[in-house]
Ligand binder design. Structure first.
Ligand code: FES
Ligand code: FE
Length: 428
């Protein structure tokens, strides 16, 4: 408790402790007070388009089945048989109207209802009521196809939780009147990296881009003058923790990189204020607190050629101190021509797929940061978060939230860690 209150005070003064990025006690606190209380991302609706489709995901250390029932409604249930706790569904994705336990054969509808119990008459003699022993239901809510789950029945609504950040989520999701869909299942892999390093980086770390990803500029994969990141805005939602970095370059055409036939639909799907922000946005990288991020950027399939804009969505699921499972999706506009979807997926794979060039650059650094954080001399040190401490919000910025210039700025990170501190202190 003392460490948490000292850390919170430090965040206000522009400091954050190394220990937070790799520590058993911090990990346990996060499991207990953050991931079991916050709205956590589960799946995109387009991963389970038809009745019976399901994926298995996790919140904290709870495995969860996300399934679409026969009426088209999405349910999230704990992936655990109520009889003796066996794991019900052992595959990552599929289609099933029912799940039958492989231990004693209890059978549940994909909505979680218990419908079949062997030896019901002979054994339980009316003492077991099926309706009392369905799969444990997890609260779900959706925004524009994003399915979130929350383990805390007392938590406020998803809408309240997002707190206006929907405005910026739409920049990734309203790509045409049909919205976006996932292009194939997510890449996922385990990395010796703390989830918070990724959450922070994607909340708008324009500072690392010209250095960590320098080769991308040099080789011409990243069509930019390299000044993009200093020219845009860092926007955060104080009290909610969400943040986005909007990279801007004056020479980049509005809606550039998207096929012409999509642009009219994009403009129609967005509000005028959103379209005004979008028109000035070349790259957008944002984090929904705690561990879901989005990135939109152009990437040239052939060095020096105009870039193809792609969108990736990623989830950093903590699986231990300094260790996480990364889920990475490519989102494409539903209404886009097939050729564009294929190209966007190629751009995503080359840049941010599991073996993507940018992905490698980042993890090379992130695993080292994580390792340092656990070393004896480092763990009691703080890092500076004072960049842009005096930045005033830009009164001319057309979107909501706290928007500061330049984009290279620690403001979003202070907002992110303040929210994290609220949860760890039990005050969120
Ligand atoms: Fe599932 Fe016994 S543990 S039926
Ligand atoms: Fe990066």
């Amino acid at each position: 408790a003392e460490w948490v209150s000292r850390t919170r005070a430090g965040i206000g003064e522009g400091r954050f402790p190394a220990r937070a990025f790799n520590d058993e006690a911090v990990y346990a606190l996060e499991q207990d007070r953050l991931f079991t209380k916050a709205w956590c991302f589960l799946a995109h609706e387009s991963e389970i388009p038809s009745p019976g489709d399901y994926v298995t995901r996790a919140i904290a250390n709870n495995n969860i089945i996300v399934a679409r029932d026969e009426h088209g409604e999405v349910h999230a249930s704990l992936n655990m048989c109520r009889h003796r706790g066996n794991v019900m569904c052992k595959s990552e994705m599929g289609n099933a109207s029912h799940f039958r336990c492989s231990y004693h054969g209890w059978t549940y509808k994909n909505s979680g209802e218990l419908v079949g119990v062997p030896y019901m008459k002979e054994g339980y003699e009316g003492r077991l009521k099926r309706k009392d022993w369905g799969l444990v239901a997890v609260r779900v809510d959706t925004y524009e196809g994003l399915v979130f789950g929350c383990l805390d029945p007392a938590a406020p609504s998803l809408e309240d939780y997002l707190g206006g950040f929907q405005f910026y989520l739409d920049l990734y999701l309203k790509h045409g009147l049909g919205g976006v869909e996932v292009h194939g299942p997510p890449d996922h892999w385990v990395a010796d990296t703390d989830w918070k390093i990724c959450a922070e980086n994607f909340a708008g770390d324009g500072y690392h881009t010209p250095v960590a990803h320098q080769f991308g500029f040099n080789l011409g994969y990243f069509p930019s003058s390299g000044t993009t990141h200093s020219q845009g805005w860092a926007v955060s939602v104080p009290g909610r923790g969400h943040g986005i970095g909007l990279g801007h370059s004056p020479d980049f055409p509005a809606f550039g990189g998207f096929p012409d036939e999509l642009v009219a639909g994009m403009k129609e799907a967005m509000s005028p204020a959103q379209a005004a922000v979008f028109a000035q946005t070349r790259t957008a990288v944002g984090t929904v607190f705690p561990n879901l991020s989005f990135l939109m950027q152009p990437f040239s399939l052939v060095p020096g050629q105009p870039g193809v804009r792609f969108v990736t969505m990623r989830l950093y699921h903590p699986v231990g101190p300094g260790r996480m499972e990364m889920y990475s999706w490519c989102l494409v506009p539903k209404d886009a021509p097939q050729d564009y979807k294929t190209e966007a997926y190629r751009a995503y794979t080359l840049a941010f797929g599991q073996a993507g060039t940018f992905e490698q650059d980042d993890f090379e650094n992130w695993t080292k940061v994580t390792r340092s954080a656990a070393s004896g001399l480092v763990r009691d040190l703080d890092f500076p978060y004072v960049m842009g401490m005096e930045s005033e919000p830009d009164p001319d910025f057309p979107g909501p939230g706290h928007a500061v210039r330049p984009y290279v700025n620690d403001t979003n990170f202070r907002t992110l860690w303040s929210r994290w501190g609220d949860y760890l202190a039990g005050e969120a």
